[in-house]
Design a protein around this ligand. Structure first.
Ligand code: NAD
Length: 498
């Protein structure tokens, strides 16, 4: 049995009495054991980080950026290996696993421009002989806690920007698929990153709590489910840290009567069922406006869903693979039963799906519900599986209200040919990321990513310039260089420019 160790001080570190099973979701078997670390393991990493960080911060930003350039090249060279590793623990198909890594690499590309992004502001002559300038300085040692569903992209969202800014970074990846994060840390070292600047501590709640309570960790970025995000936010802030904590989602796709339904069906099947629905920017709720639109959409959706190919993650023809583990499969199937019990119409039932030769794999077939109501618990909560729910709206106003009133506010999309409706919708909807005829509106790396309401706690987004702000603190200097003569009066009142 393979063990997945921590990566501390530039080397594998095998410590921890407790372990957790890492499955092969295609076959349902345990393929490795990951170590569940303790506060003592974190302390070992902290010693290295505290020692290494000042020299890294003092390394000029262009040289730090060169490590990012090298890392990008190494990840590209190792793309196939990384994608297979990712897919073997997560279950997403290879092409999608490559997308997971590629979206993270795009944040690394952004981080290659860090010398430009870190430039401060300057005002000459803010007062008589006075100049004001600001600089962005790293926070010191910082940490990231990441979910299972993007084991490549989300660690890179965080450590790319944080490390380029001059911080040392401790990564606590999901214990369900930790191999790619460990491999990325090894590649960063190969790219020239000094030991101790990127370390991986594996673990569960015990390790998370140790991170949140550690007084030398200055900032924590978290991505995962909302209750845990809220907990991490509260506990981290109480310990005096800067915290951003992204949570769950229930993204709606609004379909206006004038939308191109063939395009919508094509987009929806990918966005609802791709990666078995295990994406925080998946589109699990579709809101057709008017019964005519709803009926026409449903008629086209059913055959498209029936054509979907569910397969093992290395099947190049498969649209999606298994969900991550047996507990998650059970959870998704429980939500399907809940929908039935609540009175929604189960149009396509994906329960009980088995794949020949892979009977123990964690597969869930594509599922479609119609006549789902906003009062139903199965609508209000995140299912995070290959389940699409149709919620019929009578009007545009109702369609704006549904995602706006939902507890989550990560992403939303509108499908229409009407520019006015799209513009109104984008301006008014109470959600953080909006797609106009774009089903999964994940912003590109040099913009920023973040939801609203219970999809994100804290006020600064991931990556782009918001990421630079999150991982640095601003220092502002007001300077005067007197020429030797004493000028001005003694001032006992606050200086103003009045
Ligand atoms: P999760 O909340 O179970 O785990 C996330 C992290 O928290 C993991 O590292 C895990 O070890 C840790 N953790 C788990 N239980 C904990 C506890 N009791 N105390 C402290 N830490 C704990 O999330 P997941 O199932 O790995 O990921 C899926 C969730 O993440 C979904 O809700 C999805 O919507 C969300 N997500 C959100 C975004 C976003 O940007 N908003 C992106 C991706 C995923």
């Amino acid at each position: 049995m393979r063990n997945i160790d921590h990566f501390i001080g530039g080397a594998a570190y095998a410590s921890g009495e407790r372990t957790s099973d890492v499955f092969d979701p295609n076959n349902g078997v345990v393929q490795a054991q990951v170590r569940l670390g303790t506060a003592a393991d974190l302390q070992k990493a902290m010693g290295n980080a505290l020692k290494a960080q000042p020299a890294w911060a003092a390394t000029n930003p262009q040289r730090r950026a060169r490590v990012m350039f090298n890392f990008k090249a190494l990840v590209e060279q190792n793309m196939d290996e990384l994608a297979h590793l990712l897919s073997s623990e997560h279950g997403k198909v290879i092409a999608d696993a490559k997308g997971d890594i590629q979206r993270g690499l795009e944040v690394i590309e952004f981080s290659c421009g860090i010398p430009h992004a870190l430039k401060g502001e300057y005002t000459q002559g803010a007062g008589p002989g006075i100049d004001v300038f600001s600089m962005r300085q790293p926070l010191g040692v910082v940490a990231g806690i990441t979910p299972f569903n993007f084991p490549g992209m989300i660690p890179m969202w965080m450590f790319g920007v944080a490390i380029a800014c001059g911080n040392a970074f401790i990564l606590k990846p999901s214990e369900r698929d930790p191999s790619v994060p460990v491999r990325l840390a090894q590649l960063m070292q190969e790219a020239g990153l000094p030991d101790g600047i990127l370390q991986v501590v594996n673990g569960d709640k015990e390790m998370v709590d140790a991170i949140l309570d550690h007084e030398d960790i200055k900032a924590v970025s978290f991505v995962g489910s909302s209750d845990i995000a809220h907990y991490v936010y509260k506990r981290g802030v109480a310990a005096g840290k800067r915290v951003q904590a992204m949570g769950g989602a229930k993204n709606h796709g609004i379909v206006m009567p004038d939308a191109d339904l063939d395009q919508v069906v094509n987009d929806l099947t990918g966005a609802a069922f791709g990666s078995a629905g295990e994406r925080c920017m998946a589109l699990p709720v579709v809101v057709p406006v008017g019964d005519k639109t709803a009926n026409a959409l449903r008629e086209k959706l059913i055959p498209a869903i029936e054509k979907l190919r569910v397969g093992i993650s290395t099947d190049a023809e498969a649209h999606y693979g298994p969900v991550v583990n047996a507990a998650h499969k059970q959870k998704v199937e429980n939500y399907i039963q809940m929908g039935v019990d609540e009175g929604a119409e189960l149009v396509v039932d994906g329960r009980g799906f088995t794949l020949q030769g892979h009977e123990k794999g964690f597969f869930v077939g594509p599922t479609l519900f119609d006549h789902v109501k906003p009062t139903m618990q199965s609508y209000q909560e995140e299912i995070f599986g290959p389940v699409l729910q149709i919620v019929r709206a009578d009007s545009f106003e109702e369609a704006v209200r549904l995602p706006s009133d939902h507890q989550y506010g990560n992403g939303v999309a509108i499908f229409t040919r009407n520019g006015h409706a799209a513009r109104e919708f984008a301006a008014r909807v109470n959600v953080g990321m909006v797609g106009i005829n774009v089903p999964i509106p994940v912003p590109v790396a040099y913009h920023t990513f973040g939801g609203w309401k219970r999809s994100a706690f804290g006020d600064i987004n991931q990556h782009g310039m918001e990421g630079v702000r999150f991982w640095t603190k601003t220092k502002t200097v007001t300077q005067r260089w007197p020429d030797g003569s004493v000028t001005g009066e003694n001032a006992f009142v606050i200086p103003t420019m009045g």
